[in-house]
Design a protein around this ligand. Structure first.
Ligand code: RAM
Length: 911
């Protein structure tokens, strides 16, 4: 009996999504098996209205029939889907012997598929009776460009004549909302509806509220906040204009079904009532002020007298911007206990959470006097024992609580987020105990997908810092920093970090959704924006930034097999390449470079900007050609391939010397030329030598900025210099990853010199201590140190390339990663005179493994010689590497220890 079993079922990249709006949603699953060599030979999908109907052929809505396995996403191809309907689906698989094996069942639910399904209107406070902000209180700031306003509360009471059998609420806001039904909070989303390019799209959420409703009187309530819609967003907030609208708005449609088949709708309209609660203001950047004395008990439950509340204003009925949620919501994903609380004697305490994090604090207060004001300020670093606040720029990041005088009160802001490790609490009556302060970590809930571990403490910390950088900056959109007045979706940061992010978590839905904002920001000329959603930064089209509009869809296709993101981005990708070509007929990209950032934050060197730009132009042309090929656009594929070849020639003519030297001579210049395959074959060895010589001449230090850093270790390893890559990894002098770790970093810093022994803090004008770009080395930790990669031309890790590079100070390393086919693992451990290599290949995938082995003939798998092992075929032996081809399964190899642990290997990096 085969054990081939589907697991991890998703629809539209999400697990059991409530409310999708794709007409032909994609169904996906992974496979596991305990049998070596197992592989799916066929699959069958069935979709039905009820789970029990899946067994009844007459009641199926769609039956794919028995089909050959294909890419990991299969499009539903049955009759048109209805709005607001749950569909159950089952996948059955056939194993390597052609026998029917496991099956698994899941469901998805549609949202409102047609704009006329929406009968609700956008509502908000009546502008005529908008509450005036309180006059400034004691320590309120008076230098904001506009006052912060109380959070509107909205409620609607209604009667139900029976018990509902099913109820869904479709809900969104221009701003942020928190929804409740009969006094109970609905769902656990934070910062809903998330940030999208609101001019084009606002995502709505769907919740199952069946269990919260009852016969008789019911109340639906919402609290709104400005959020990204009407709050402070981006930098220079003292002078900024509003980005989207003047005040938050709300929309909801509750559909309640009864046993007799009847339906009752409750929608936002002029019958809703609006009032105020205890939140005096709340802003993402500035913080939140709650006056608990103004709490309105029972406002969102039946029985409350809302005659004193004002009718809501009906603002507009335009629902065309509403789209279903296509990614995971932001949630509280972890809680951090305080590691120390230091009283400062003047009513202040400094609390250390031990980890630079993003979210907010939950504070317990006992015995405060009514009217006592507590203040929480947040910082990433301490300076002389006090909060270092200068790098927040104008973000106040201050939460305040005015006590109602209860015996125990708990304060946690709802609509503000901060990036911090330290919290200064003032006004607490004391004693303030560590258990009174909890860090609540917020993040887009991208499912964890991989782990990397190794024997070295510093590298382990580096991996942790990379993950915390990802956690803290994947909050609805991929941002550059979570603390200062910026927090924008910078495109280059995202494209260099995506391969690393995809190792740690399933970011397929997160990035595919964000790509829509990237495309929305493209201008009429074809230039992609520098940030998406596009606010604050009006520049367009910077090299390596704009190119993300091409690179990200391509990466999502390669990593996840997502063809749809290519289809939806293709026109924009081509328009971008054409834009550059149009303005640079000699194919050296010098014109229309926007606000060229170069190799941003490189150290002490300057990579020639036209070289960097031209390398990216070549890359974008190449990837657009490959995308055209995938989409069956043959002419485009040929045309872009030719363009790529011509740009490559122009690059060589403009920037490459006959001895393999590249203009500027910086590490990044060589890295771009090598990684993007821009050099004539015969010059590659010389270029590698020049690159290595530069690293050596600098005492094995890097000089790379955001652009070069992601290529550094991969390129060195690819070209036989894993020894140097490891030297850079372990380097702890300035500049290096470990330098920051040696100085206490728990996240990746924006700048190599964010803090140095010689000068202390860098200029506060731009100095984030939580930025993921320089953490893009994480892809190499999984890909080469542990060894999980895929063959050039392979998609979704279908053909694995496992090349553990035994080396550096490490005695072992291992990683696993969930890929679209299933779980891949690779790890190695040096023993007495031998090296053990363990790998797992999921069913449906195959692998080529490069085993580091001094003597190929002596390699064993399990208890026998490698040549006799089931599922293993030796394909090459030489230069200390035994290459084997593997069928799916778990393998354990033992090889005589390699003489030189440098992973020498000349294979080229896959595109
Ligand atoms: C700063 C940040 C950001 C970077 C831009 C160019 O705002 O460092 O990450 O992309 O500059």
């Amino acid at each position: 009996m085969s054990s081939l079993t589907p697991y991890g079922l998703t629809c539209e990249l999400l697990e059991q999504p409530l409310g999708i709006d794709e007409r032909r949603p994609r169904l996906s699953w992974k496979l596991s098996s305990s049998r070596r060599g197992d592989a799916p030979t066929a699959y069958r999908l069935r979709v039905a209205a009820r789970p029990e109907d899946l067994d009844d052929p007459a009641r199926l809505l769609w039956d794919s029939g028995v089909r050959q396995p294909e890419l990991p996403h299969v499009r539903y191809d049955g009759p048109p889907l209805q709005s607001g309907t749950r569909y159950h689906w089952r996948v059955s698989v056939w194993d390597a012997d052609g026998s029917q094996a496991g099956e698994a069942t899941s469901w998805f639910e549609t949202g409102l598929l047609h704009t006329d399904d929406w009968l609700a209107a956008w509502i908000g406070l009546d502008p005529a009776c908008e509450p005036v902000a309180d006059p400034p209180r004691d320590d309120d700031r008076t230098d904001r460009t506009r006052p912060l306003r109380p959070c509107p509360h909205l409620r609607r009471a209604f009667r139900l004549d029976g018990r509902p059998v099913r109820a869904r609420v479709y809900v969104s806001a221009r701003g942020l909302y928190e929804l409740s039904v009969n006094g109970h909070r609905v769902g656990d989303d934070e910062l809903a509806p998330g940030w999208t390019d609101y001019r084009e799209r606002v995502q709505y959420q769907v919740h199952d509220v069946t269990g919260l409703l009852r016969e008789g009187e019911n109340v639906i309530g919402a609290v709104l906040a400005d959020g990204w819609w009407s709050g402070y967003v981006g930098f220079d907030v003292r002078h900024q204009a509003l980005h989207y609208g003047p005040a938050p708005q709300f929309i909801a449609q509750l559909a309640v079904d009864f046993a007799d088949g009847s339906r009752r709708l409750v929608t936002t309209d002029g019958t809703w009532r609006t009032g105020r609660g205890p939140i005096v203001y709340s802003d993402l950047l500035m913080g939140e002020l709650v006056d608990a004395r103004e709490d309105v008990p029972g406002w969102n439950a039946p029985g409350f007298d809302d005659r004193g509340w004002a009718p809501a204003a009906v603002l507009d009925g335009d629902v065309t911007s509403l789209t279903a949620t296509a990614d995971q919501p932001v949630r509280v994903v972890a809680e951090l206990p305080a590691v120390s609380v230091e009283p400062r004697g003047d009513g202040r305490h400094i609390v250390d959470l031990g980890q630079n994090m993003v979210g907010r604090v939950r504070l317990t207060v006992r015995g405060a006097e009514r009217g006592a004001r507590l203040r929480l300020r947040h910082a990433e670093m301490l300076d002389g024992g006090e909060l270092y606040l200068a790098n927040l720029r104008t973000a106040e990041a201050t939460d305040q609580y005015v006590s109602a005088g209860g015996p125990v009160e708990v304060f946690e802001p709802r609509f503000s987020v901060h990036g911090f490790r330290y919290v200064e609490v003032s006004g607490h009556p004391g004693p303030l105990l560590p258990e009174d302060v909890t860090g609540r970590v917020l993040q887009s809930a991208t499912p964890p997908a991989g782990e990397f571990h190794c024997s070295d403490e510093m590298v382990t910390r580096l991996q942790s810092n990379i993950q915390w950088g990802q956690r803290g900056n994947f909050v609805s959109v991929p941002t550059d920093c979570p603390q200062r007045d910026e927090r924008l979706g910078w495109l280059a940061d995202a494209q260099v970090f995506l391969p690393t992010a995809a190792r740690n978590a399933d970011v397929s839905a997160f990035f595919a959704r964000w790509m829509r904002d990237v495309v929305s920001g493209q201008d009429a000329e074809g230039a992609f924006p520098d940030v998406a959603p596009q606010v604050c930064v009006t520049n367009q089209g910077a090299p390596a930034w704009g190119d993300a509009g091409v690179i990200i869809p391509w990466q999502l296709y390669r990593l996840y097999g997502d063809v749809r993101v290519l289809e939806r981005s293709y026109e924009a990708m081509a328009a971008w390449v054409e834009h550059i070509r149009r303005h640079n007929p000699d194919l050296v990209w010098r014109a229309r470079v926007g606000k060229h950032y170069g190799d941003w934050l490189q150290v002490g060197v300057e990579t020639p900007r036209d070289l960097l730009a031209t390398a990216y132009f070549a890359r974008s042309a190449q990837l657009t050609g490959l995308a055209a090929g995938v989409l069956g656009r043959k002419d485009d594929a040929t045309a872009y391939e030719e363009l790529h070849r011509s740009i490559r020639e122009a690059f060589v003519a403009a920037f490459v010397e006959p001895d393999g030297r590249v203009a500027g001579g910086t590490q990044t210049a060589y890295l771009l030329a090598l990684a993007f395959d821009l050099l004539p074959e015969q010059l590659v060895p010389a270029a590698v030598e020049h690159l290595a010589a530069d690293v050596e001449a600098r005492g094995r230090h890097l000089t790379t900025g955001f652009v070069g850093v992601s290529l550094l270790c991969p390129v060195l390893t690819e070209h036989g210099r894993a020894d140097l890559a490891y030297a850079l990894l372990h380097q702890d002098g300035f500049p290096s990853w470990c330098y920051s770790i040696r100085h206490g970093a728990t996240t990746i810093w924006e700048r190599w010199d964010g803090w140095t022994e010689e000068r202390g803090f860098q200029s506060a004008a731009m100095n984030s201590f939580n930025h993921y770009a320089l953490g893009s080395v994480g892809d190499w930790l999984y890909g080469r140190v542990a060894g999980i990669d895929q063959e050039p031309g392979s998609v979704a890790y279908r053909r694995l390339l496992l090349r553990p590079a035994v080396g550096g100070r490490l005695s072992w390393a291992r990683a696993y990663q969930e890929t679209p086919y299933g779980r891949v693992a690779s790890g190695w451990r040096l023993g007495e005179g031998d090296v053990r290599v363990d790998v797992s290949v999921p069913p449906g995938a195959t692998a080529v493994l490069h085993l580091p082995a001094a003597d190929g003939a002596a390699v064993r798998e399990g208890d026998g010689p490698v040549t006799a092992a089931d599922g293993v075929r030796v394909i090459g032996d030489g230069q200390g590497v035994l290459a084997v081809e593997l069928a799916s399964g778990d393998y354990r190899f033992t090889a005589p220890a390699p003489q030189e642990t440098a992973g020498a290997d000349s294979r080229r990096r896959p595109v």
